[in-house]
Design a binder for this molecule. Sequence first.
Ligand code: SF4
Length: 438
Amino acid sequence: MKARGLKKDKVNIVTLGCSKNLVDSEVMLTQLKGNDIDTTHESKKDDANVIIVNTCGFIDNAKQESVETILRYADAKEDGVIDKLYVTGCLSQRYKDDLEEEIPQVDAFFGTMELPALLKKFKADYKQELVGERITTTSNHYAYMKISEGCDRPCSFCAIPLMRGKHVSRPIEELVTEAKNLARNGTKELLLIAQDSTYYGLDLYKERKLADLLRSLSDVDGIEWIRLHYAFPTGFPMDALQVMAERDNICSYLDIPLQHGSSKVLKLMRRGTTREKTEALIKQIREQVPGIAIRTTLIAGHPGETEEDFQEMLQFVEDMRFDRLGVFTYSHEENTHAHSMEDDVPEEVKQERANHVMEVQEQISYEINQGKVGQTLKVLIDRKEGGNFIGRTEFDSPEVDNEVIIDATKHYLRIGDFAHIKIDDATEFDLYGSPVHN
Ligand code: SF4
């Protein structure tokens, strides 16, 4: 990587963490390029002389990965391979003072809301006229759309409000403009993301406006799939479900992290709900949007979780039969409410419980997938890998959910196109099929 001493800076952005961080990197990329600064994202060419690391500070593993990435580039700077190293994102927001002391090779650390200051390092200005214009780094046919920033919820285990601040909704007009620009550039699938998407509008419009937002985005020409992520169970805007049921281009899909299945632990987590209320909500969602695929996320090993509580969560997973499920082990995060409790579940027990939940879910997922054999499903083709085309149904979000595998030695499909695929076989987490030509 011999990039040092280039006449004109060449910048490479490295993104860690979640899709919300990826959108921040895309906004950064757009602003730097908008200022005529030669910028790439996750370039493998190693020809950049300036590196920007957009970090994640969520839980232990993510923090460790962020620190290791910074140190790798700090070494590259010491070895004279790069000129400048800047760090931004959640880890930088949360631990700026410590990081400045521990890794002095970094030229500057920025918080999550400090893009204008970062741009100043390149003698560049934040261009307001570029708001709503975003260069995406995902496959051309799908894009993440961050509908709000921050979170007002008091969840015991979560450090995100410490890094992302209070909930701030983006205006519907601005999001519609962004959707139109994305559609013009080839986006067919919009993935709506936030810390808490169901809170949308309460700050800006003093009422929940998710249903209105969904309707407005659904009216944008060229957008064929809209997918809702990061819903919160309490105060759920039921009118949003009606729009989901009415509009063909809103996926019958909902990502709603529920975190636990025991009312006692939900109380310890300060989630503002109970197992009974959660079950009633899931039942209503399934009634209002028949056939909807529900994804959830759970945490194993929260302080105070007993074996009995855990057995209750297992029973909850068996009873609810979620279509998609992910599970984290509890991470003892300083300055969160739960940090004042004793982290009393041993690490190996946390991991055993998480593994047990996934074993139960694997069987459920297998059974649900078997039910799809023989069906013909609309599939968005994402990529070609080895001898197969890989796609997703409306029930699957990129990178986290199931995929549809089509033999590319027998069939030709175009990446970014929708195809109707007859499902011939299924495993726990994948479907196999062949195109149906009408
Ligand atoms: S809603 Fe999500 S982001 Fe907000 S505090 Fe709870 S877990 Fe954290």
